[in-house]
Design a protein around this ligand. Structure first.
Ligand code: HEC
Length: 160
């Protein structure tokens, strides 16, 4: 019975994969830069999200986890993500607006702002993870840095 269930779940998963190839195409060999940057942001979000859940009270406050997420977020933000926006990577399966390539300095400044905010959040968590207000404030600044860039440079839907 259990085995049967597992098989039908696998079958359902497979048919979903066949029916919606775009939604599951996490890595496209023909568009490595687009794929890398999307994977990069997904990883950033994988650490940002759980901190947000704790700050909002949607997940239990756990200082060890908080430290691990804040540390990873800071490390990930140190990656030179601008290399994933090299010239010629503006088209394809992407939500990156064309404005990026005309405003690379501003885009890069907005990335630097995220790096600073993630660095500050890690310091605050390191020094006073118990101070939930301070953590929430520093987390809010990271969120603002994400949003400032998304507002100008990320489309809601795929562009091409
Ligand atoms: C300097 C600009 C910039 C900053 C800062 C930034 N993003 Fe993004 N983000 C983008 C762009 C541009 C895309 C679209 C990439 C594409 O589709 O090729 C994107 C895409 C994403 C995606 C979708 C990834 C996917 O699977 O396609 C997520 C999730 C995301 N960002 C989360 C975040 C979070 C969380 C932060 C802050 C911690 C953040 N971003 C900070 C520019 C930025």
């Amino acid at each position: 019975m259990r085995k049967l269930l597992r098989h039908s779940l696998i079958a359902a998963g497979l048919s979903a994969a066949i029916a919606a190839p775009l939604a599951v195409a996490h890595f496209d060999d023909k568009e490595p830069l687009q794929s890398w940057r999307q994977s990069y942001f997904a990883l950033l979000a994988a650490n940002f999200g759980p901190i947000g859940a704790m700050v909002k009270g949607e997940a239990p406050w756990d200082e060890a986890k908080l430290k691990a997420y804040a540390e990873d977020l800071e490390h990930i933000s140190e990656v030179d993500a601008l290399r994933f926006f090299a010239p010629g990577s503006d088209k394809g399966q992407t939500r990156a607006k064309p404005e990026i390539w005309n405003n690379m300095q501003d885009f890069s400044d907005k990335y630097a702002a995220l790096q600073r905010a993630a660095d500050t959040l890690e310091d605050v968590v390191e020094d006073s993870a118990g101070d939930r207000k301070a953590v929430a404030q520093a987390f809010g600044e990271v969120g603002k840095a994400c949003k400032a860039c998304h507002d100008d440079y990320k489309a809601k839907n795929y562009l091409y």
